[in-house]
Ligand binder design. Structure first.
Ligand code: F6R
Length: 625
């Protein structure tokens, strides 16, 4: 969930600035979406007694940048540096707990993403051995374990000491270490949490994520689980935990750095919502042959294996879970395979019944969410086939699955999922059609007709986006309301859940989503004059049942906002306000309908003066349980 960066160079800057320090701080700014409650940097500084210089600040990278500018002792010409932007897990989000953490000598600095699960016992042991631990973090034990390994074996290289320390820790980590005694290297290691590296003539660099170092390279090396890397200017060497040299996998990235910037929009979220038609089109691209056949190049499960599948499990969290729920309807309807869906954190611990004929679909835009990652690992361990829907090429989950379907939405920096969510639904719908075809449940003519509906989805979503002013006016009307209930039936139900999640995470308002038919079994007790009920009332086979549920809440004094198909005055008559969307094939309707609810949540957050890109308490990539 945190972001890390490191750079080492043989070029000494004589201009009075510090290239390493500046590059680390700039890289951290591009990593802020991974966590933004504090940030810090440490660089090798031979001018200082400890050989290290460090600066840390609460409130993220901008505060760090200001602090660094003000510090008169900031170094010039450092050979190596590391930086970190934090999302607190252990210890308050303050400067004191910000990374980098140092050892007792102050000569070793370390940044870490992940969680050290046995940190309490390790800290007790270290303190008993005379170490001084000064923060509330789990990370600090790593610095002291490495220090202890260096003391125990003065002949050891830094990488050897890191290996000794890692043998003691349980949990997840991506870490980078610098030490004044080894000023010309950075040692990095990884288990579960992602880490990428790059090399150029005079430099080597590492980061938890592409945007941090995209300006420095397009060709990355991936550090795999339980690997240790030593970066020196112009080169890197990767070994396993026993010290055997291994070749790291490579990754070429075509993303333009500008694609990761705001492009003149007020915020990332509005830019990313505007990119949704493109995200759908890109996700569909090359997957359909002119004769209507679906081709999924990245899926390496044979048709025979698909035909043998007798059960599908979908595992995911948050918005990705909602995308999975939408897919359940499509897969069951078209492919006629029973689908179970689980919140990933529940699936892991409930001993699910899986076998080689079960397809487990992990849905995760980041491909790094630890609960979903561990859920697919559990599925693979039980012999199930694992397919991952991810937006990040070569993400941890993608690398550990039997098959991958990438969503091609491009980098998403707003914390709330928008374009990646839409692309997930698109990819899952493609998968549903593919499964139906592989299992001979859909005639070619039917498949072609459905594909024709998919082809026009980008245009329909663009039409919803053009109406943002009208949606904003509806949000203005209800700006002072404090309780929102989202209702839907069939595929409208996950749309309602997603609408409620978006509103609560962006506006911090009470918003709950329910299947409309379930309302009278309890939640209707919440409805009173002043409650705003937002209903997904686009035309599906259950539209009339949905309208009966709307009548129930209307008669209890709720204000009614309905998502309705263009020109559907019959629906509009039941509403105080309407969010209009184009009509589409009802199993594809979530792709269009959810956009109106994203915009409603966005407008409400802006009306309340909130930061839509960085909602409180949230992080973009959730790599803790
Ligand atoms: C909500 C949101 C989260 C994510 C969830 C899963 O707007 O973004 O609910 O959907 O944290 O993340 P991924 O898809 O990366 O596994």
């Amino acid at each position: 969930m945190c972001g890390i960066i490191g750079i080492i160079t043989s070029e000494r800057d004589q201009t009075g600035s510090d290239r390493v320090l500046d590059t680390v701080v700039e890289g951290l700014e591009r990593l802020e979406y991974r966590g933004y409650d504090s940030a810090g940097v440490a660089v090798i500084d031979p001018e200082r007694k400890t050989g290290l210089w460090r600066a840390r600040a609460a409130n993220g990278t901008r505060s760090l940048e200001d602090l660094v500018k003000q510090m008169e002792d900031a170094p010039r010409g450092s050979p190596a540096g590391i930086g970190h932007t934090r999302w607190a897990t252990h210890g308050r989000p303050d400067e004191h707990n910000a990374h980098p953490h140092v050892d007792c000598t102050g000569r070793l600095a370390l940044v870490h993403n992940g969680i050290i699960e046995n940190h309490v016992e390790l800290a007790d042991e270290l303190i008993a051995g005379g170490h001084r631990l000064v923060s509330e973090t789990d990370t600090e034990v790593l610095a002291h374990l490495i220090e202890a390994a260096i003391v125990a074996n003065p002949e050891a290289r830094l990488e050897d000491a890191v290996r000794v320390a890692l043998a003691r820790v349980e949990g997840a980590f991506a870490l980078a270490v610098i030490h004044a005694a080894w000023p010309d290297e950075i040692v990095a290691a990884r288990r579960v949490s992602p880490l990428l590296m790059g090399v150029s003539d005079d430099h080597a660099f590492l980061a938890s994520d592409v945007p941090a170092i995209l300006g420095l390279t397009r060709d990355f090396f991936i550090l795999e689980d339980d690997r240790v890397a030593v970066l020196t200017p112009g080169s890197l060497r990767v070994t396993d935990l026993d010290g055997n040299e291994v070749e790291p996998p490579r990754l070429h990235v075509d993303w333009d750095l500008d694609a990761a910037r705001r492009d003149g929009y007020d915020d990332y979220m509005s830019k990313e919502m505007a990119e949704q038609p493109e995200a759908i089109a890109n996700t569909l691209r090359d997957r359909v042959l002119p004769d209507g056949t679906l081709v999924l190049d990245e899926v390496h499960i044979t048709d025979a294996e698909f035909q043998a599948i007798n059960k599908v499990f979908i595992v995911a969290c948050g918005s990705s879970y909602h995308a999975g729920l939408m897919a359940k309807y499509a897969i069951e309807h078209w492919a006629r395979i029973p689908v179970e869906i689980d919140i990933a954190s529940e699936f892991r611990y409930r001993n699910p019944v899986l076998d080689a004929q079960t397809l487990v679909i992990g849905v995760s835009q980041s491909g790094e969410t630890v609960d979903t990652f561990q859920a697919i690992r559990e599925a693979a361990a039980q012999g199930a086939k694992v397919l991952v829907i991810s937006n990040v090429v070569d993400s941890s989950m993608a690398r550990e699955s039997d098959a991958v379907l990438y969503t091609r939405a491009g980098p998403e920096l707003g914390v709330a999922a928008t374009k990646t969510h839409i692309a997930q639904i698109t990819a899952l719908e493609i998968l549903a059609l593919y499964l139906a075809q592989a299992r001979h449940q859909l005639t070619p003519a039917d498949a072609r007709a459905l594909l024709a509906h998919m082809d026009v989805l980008p245009e329909k979503v663009a039409r919803v986006l053009e109406r943002s002013h009208a949606v904003h006016e509806v949000a203005e009307r209800f700006r002072d309301s404090s309780a929102f209930i989202f209702l839907g039936r069939h595929v409208g139900y996950p749309v309602a859940l997603e609408g409620a999640l978006k509103l609560k995470e962006l506006s911090y308002l009470r918003a709950e989503g329910f299947p409309a038919g379930e309302l009278k079994h309890g939640p209707i007790a919440l409805v009173e004059p002043g409650t705003v009920v937002i209903g997904v009332a686009t035309r599906t086979p259950v539209w009339d049942k949905m309208m009966s549920n709307i009548a129930e809440v209307k008669s209890r004094g709720a204000s009614i906002v309905l998502v309705a198909n263009d020109g559907d005055e019959e629906t509009a008559r039941h509403a105080d306000a309407v969010l209009w969307v184009p009509e589409t094939e009802h199993l594809f309707a979530p792709i269009v309908d959810v956009v109106a609810l994203q915009q409603f949540a966005y407008s409400m957050a802006r009306i309340h003066g909130l930061d839509v890109d960085r909602p409180r308490n949230l992080a973009k990539v959730v790599t803790v349980e």
